[in-house]
Write a protein that binds this ligand. Structure first.
Ligand code: HDE
Length: 708
């Protein structure tokens, strides 16, 4: 090796290496706790004292020459970047997409050719309206953004957990978002749709009726991000080798089935654990219970599009799965949490225009606007055009551009040529376009006059909204009625409340009347004049209900077990074993987190102290206090709430031999002990309890717990 080529005698740490700056590699030294890396400045200068600034004497002024102090504070001062203008609160994870069914006859997309082949994926699931520090369970749509690092470039499906959107044209997006965010004069409410501005906007924009109905349904309060569906919303195109186009709508179907919480539970979860969803995702992935979805496609042609009752370019409409079945073609598995939340989840940049060969856009006016917006917002949020150099955003396939410079340019192309065509030859001339392999846009025929106008079929805002409502079970319909009533009860302006009811009259009479009664509306308004006649014979679509698409087992769910000193050890073990066999998680809750002494003298540590582990955090509860423990807890308000809430939220309750006095102290009468209570007297009862829990909730109870 020549002197010129000689490497430095230390390992060079490259930018983009996740260990960079974390002290892996480099110099180490001995401390009281063992051998650790030496702390350095960002320039790599070892730091001797990180506790004191450099000052004159021990009580004198600080010195400007303390470069370590200034660098540290300077960097800290600049830690925050603007949060996303929407979807600010989200949680990301890595995984992979595996194709199970080839679409090679329909699209040239490389990732959809060879069954069994996997590509890396990054997914970010989010709420829409709240800020970065808001809680996980507001009533809100969830974002479902997927980045697939395919061999032919990155493909992003930037979807939501509802298949329809609030506005039809991107020009209305800022108005919609302004109206749902905190009101500008007062700066509240945060992450809430229950306020005047939102309901004012939507009641003046009938096109939002369908998406609002989704937001008032239990879809907007999911139990876990693992239990939501994702939708690409817009109609996209697949383009084949021959250049033929097939329309496509994308769906993500959760393997664990759909499940939501009830509204009163959501309110309490936000207080008990604002990070409920992100913790759930983290726990599931780190325990090896990998969240999984199937990728489904609804495929249809021009003929279907022309004969459909609605315009396939209208993002406020869906295509019922019963009309065009969802073909399952692959699976998405999340198997790795991020190394660093900021580097990955915060800096990931999704964009609807990130498509690959074989996938193209349609003229959906919302999609076209989004194609502009995402790149634009990321320029501001990530501080320059080089955010594709951030590892989570960079393609994992080879890529060659002549783009250069700009803020934080990490990999400017080497060599003399930074333009093409050039005559420098293959060695130094860089990459060239490739007509055989490169992205080709679909050859669409477009003509028409320039107008600010929407197509005629966009004008029916009620028919599919009604279809959604009548597709729900009775329990779900009642939840929707209660949601409208709750939200409108927070609206201060009576005229806005009444205007909302005027739309509901076009959707479902009973819904409108129940809400009107619920908010104490004195005079029923006239129905809002529909822009197009309502088609009221659209058939119900069972695919739209959560309860008709729930889990088949209790796997991935969580049981809270109330224990005290003296809890029956054999019974506790039986419940835990039965839960484990089902794939259900358990958490012990009791008087002190350090642990309780069971009937056999053994000590078990607890997951939660009773005041930090309310029953809203669990899918079902088991009450296993000893007789003395039940007496102690009967004087503890949070223990009584534990039972009362589990009852009110229609949960299954396992009742141990000594729990009855505690249940009585919680205010429940023997006549309240319905089939949702399962007696656990002997270890043999545990398996039956878990089987019962597969129904998830004992919904029949709900009508007994709400009177107004
Ligand atoms: Fe977005 N949306 N959006 N959106 N959206 C953003 O991009 C926008 C829409 C969605 O986890 C922003 O990087 C416009 C529909 C998700 O990082 C911004 C319109 C759907 C995420 C933006 C829509 C979505 C965003 C803000 C109307 C479902 C989070 C930060 C035309 C199909 C992605 C950012 C993540 C984020 C614009 C409507 C989904 C401002 C203009 C419809 C999942 O660019």
């Amino acid at each position: 090796m020549s002197t010129k080529e000689k490497k430095p005698d230390y390992e060079q740490v490259t930018v983009g290496d996740q260990s960079f700056g974390r002290g892996e590699g480099g110099e180490t030294h001995q401390t009281a706790t063992g051998e650790v890396p030496t702390l350095t400045t960002a320039q790599g200068v070892p730091v001797a004292d990180d506790q004191n600034t450099l000052r004159v004497g021990s009580r004198g002024p600080a010195l400007l020459e303390d470069f370590h102090f200034r660098e540290k504070i300077f960097h800290f001062d600049h830690e925050r970047i603007p949060e996303r203008v929407v979807h600010a609160r989200g949680y990301g994870a890595h995984g992979y997409f595996e194709l199970t069914d080839s679409l090679s006859d329909i699209t040239t997309a490389d990732v959809l050719q060879r069954p069994g082949e996997r590509v890396p994926a990054f997914v970010r699931l989010s709420t829409v309206a709240g800020g970065r520090g808001s809680s996980d369970l507001p009533r809100d749509i969830r974002g479902f953004a997927v980045k697939l690092y395919t061999k032919e470039g990155n493909w992003d499906i930037v979807g939501n957990n509802a298949p329809v959107f609030f506005v039809q044209d991107a020009i209305k997006f800022p108005d919609f978002v302004h109206s749902i965010k905190e009101e500008p004069d007062r700066g509240f409410p945060q992450a809430q749709s229950a306020h005047d501005n939102l309901w004012d906007f939507v009641s003046l924009s009938p096109e939002s009726m369908h998406a609002i109905m989704w937001a008032m349904s239990d879809r907007a309060i999911p139990r876990s991000l693992r239990f939501i569906e994702g939708f690409g919303v817009h109609t996209f195109r697949f383009v084949s080798k021959e250049g033929n186009s097939t329309f496509v709508k994308f769906h993500w179907k959760p393997k664990a089935g759909l499940q939501s919480v009830v509204w009163n539970e959501a309110l309490k979860i936000n207080g008990a654990d604002p990070d409920f969803h992100r913790r759930d995702l983290w726990d599931a992935i780190t325990s090896g219970d990998f969240p999984e979805w199937e990728l489904g496609v609804q495929l249809f042609d021009d003929e279907f599009a022309d004969n459909f009752d609605f315009d396939i370019l209208d993002a406020t409409k869906l295509i019922p799965e019963e009309l065009v079945p969802v073909r399952r073609i692959g699976r998405l598995v999340l198997d790795r949490v991020v190394d660093n939340f900021f580097a990955e989840t915060e800096q990931v940049a999704f964009c609807t225009q990130n498509v690959v060969s074989g996938i193209d856009f349609t003229n959906d006016p919302l999609l076209q606007g989004r194609n502009f917006s995402y790149l634009d917002t990321q320029l501001k949020r990530l501080g320059g055009p080089n955010f594709t150099h951030i590892p989570v955003n960079a393609p994992k396939c080879p890529f060659h551009t002549f783009q250069q410079d700009g803020h934080a340019a990490m990999h400017n192309p080497k060599g003399r040529a930074n333009y093409e065509p050039n005559s420098w030859g293959p060695e130094v001339g860089g990459a060239r376009e490739n007509p055989a392999r490169g992205y080709k846009s679909y050859v669409a025929q477009e003509s028409g006059e320039t107008r600010r106008e929407r197509a005629e079929l966009f004008a029916d805002h009620y028919s599919q909204t009604r279809q959604f409502y009548i597709s729900q079970t009775k329990t779900e319909q009642v939840h929707i009625q209660q949601a409208y009533t709750f939200e409108l009860s927070k609206v201060e302006t009576p005229a806005i409340r009444s205007r909302v009811v005027s739309h509901l009259l076009n959707i479902d009479k009973e819904l409108a009347l129940t809400v009107a009664k619920g908010i104490g509306l004195e005079k029923l308004p006239e129905a809002a004049p529909p822009a197009r006649p309502v088609i009221d014979d659209l058939p119900p679509s069972p695919a739209l209900s959560i309860l008709k698409n729930g889990p088949k087992t209790f796997a991935g769910r969580k049981i809270g077990i109330l224990v005290t000193d003296g809890t029956d050890a054999a019974l506790l073990k039986a419940v835990c074993d039965a839960a484990k066999a089902e794939g259900t998680n358990v958490e012990l809750v009791g008087p002190q987190v350090g642990g309780v002494k069971l009937s056999d003298g053994s000590m078990v540590p607890l997951g939660q102290k009773i005041n930090g582990g309310p029953s809203v955090l669990y899918d079902a509860v088991v009450l296993l206090p000893s007789a003395a423990g039940a007496k102690l807890l009967s004087h503890e308000a949070t223990a009584r709430d534990f039972i009362n809430d589990a009852y009110a939220h229609a949960k299954f309750i396992g009742v141990g031999p000594d729990a009855t006095p505690l249940i009585a102290r919680a205010g429940l009468q023997p006549s309240d002990m319905d089939k949702g209570f399962v007696t656990l007297t002997a270890p043999g009862d545990a398996a039956g309890f878990i089987t019962t829990c597969r129904a998830v909730r004992f919904w029949e109870r709900e009508s007994k717990v709400h009177a107004v």
